[in-house]
Design a protein around this ligand. Structure first.
Ligand code: GLN
Length: 280
């Protein structure tokens, strides 16, 4: 038996030097390892050896650099707990900003909105929009990767959306019929360049899939596809909302302006350029 204070201190000492350590992570590690609530942990005084065993198995993975959300296969996004695994990018805080923008757009629309979320990964953008905008939006989600789509499908089931969203395997626009058109297309494509990829933290590089991060040599390949083909799949007054890298605004703007789109860019919570809206 070891006292709670001692265990918390030991864990913190070990993990605080990880490059992606976040304050009080040791509490989360214990709660999730033992499957107990914050309150239950608060009331606990000691841990018995079977509990210590469970904690130390997870701690070992954390010390190897694996992020908490990948160890426990869950990430909260916009208030919803998404199932995740090694086959999808863990949903990021800044992507919530995109969801917020799009939901305001949908709520303002007089009619129902047809929406396609491409490169959906865990499904966090498309499924969250369906959860918050309900019948006001008709959602289709797609991804190139079969394994990512299984995760998205699991999340659709988890949130009771299985029969209410359409899930499609497609490399960008490849499998769309030419008469399939949408009011809104959302996409958080892979946008990391080759040189930036090597500089990513280990938690991202080793535990988020490369296919979800790398956007070609300069990170911009997917914006070129979106600019070239996107407008063919937009209804009248249709618009695209896309996530971009914090340093990509002017390059992405040029790509879309070359195809005669109008362009607006919004900041994320950390004041970085992050979301663009493009339309014709
Ligand atoms: N924002 C992610 C990161 O920091 C990248 C996401 C993406 O490529 N779409 O690694």
């Amino acid at each position: 038996m070891t006292s709670k204070g001692q265990v918390l201190k030991d864990i913190k000492n070990k993990i605080k030097s990880l490059e992606d350590y976040s304050e009080n992570e040791e509490y989360v590690l214990i709660e999730k390892s033992l499957n107990i609530t914050k309150e239950q942990l608060f009331l606990k005084q000691n841990f018995i050896s079977s509990e210590l065993g469970k904690i130390s198995r997870k701690l070992k993975r954390r010390l190897s650099g694996e992020p908490i959300n990948k160890i426990f296969k869950e990430q909260n996004f916009f208030g919803f707990d998404f199932y995740i695994n090694k086959n999808v990018l863990a949903p990021r805080k800044e992507t919530e900003e995109l969801v917020e923008r799009v939901s305001m757009d949908i709520k303002k629309s007089k009619e129902g909105v047809k929406l396609l979320d491409m490169c959906t990964g865990s499904g966090c953008i498309g499924l969250t929009l369906k959860l918050i905008c309900k019948d006001k939006v008709n959602v289709e989600i797609s991804d190139i990767d079969k394994k990512a789509l299984s995760v998205a499908r699991l999340n659709a089931e988890k949130f009771g959306l299985k029969t209410r969203v359409k899930i499609k395997k497609s490399n960008m626009f490849e499998r769309l019929k030419s008469d399939e058109k949408f009011d809104i297309i959302t996409c958080n494509p892979p946008y990391i360049s080759k040189s930036e990829y090597n500089k990513l933290s280990n938690g991202v590089k080793n535990f988020d899939p490369k296919i979800a991060l790398l956007g070609g040599e300069d990170g911009l390949d997917f914006y070129r596809i979106l600019a070239k083909e996107g407008s063919n799949y937009l209804l009248k007054n249709g618009r695209m909302y896309l996530e971009i890298g914090y340093n990509q605004k002017s390059k992405v703007e040029k790509i879309f302006k070359d195809y005669n789109y109008k362009f607006e860019c919004y900041k994320d919570y950390s004041n970085n350029d992050r979301i663009v809206k493009v339309w014709k």
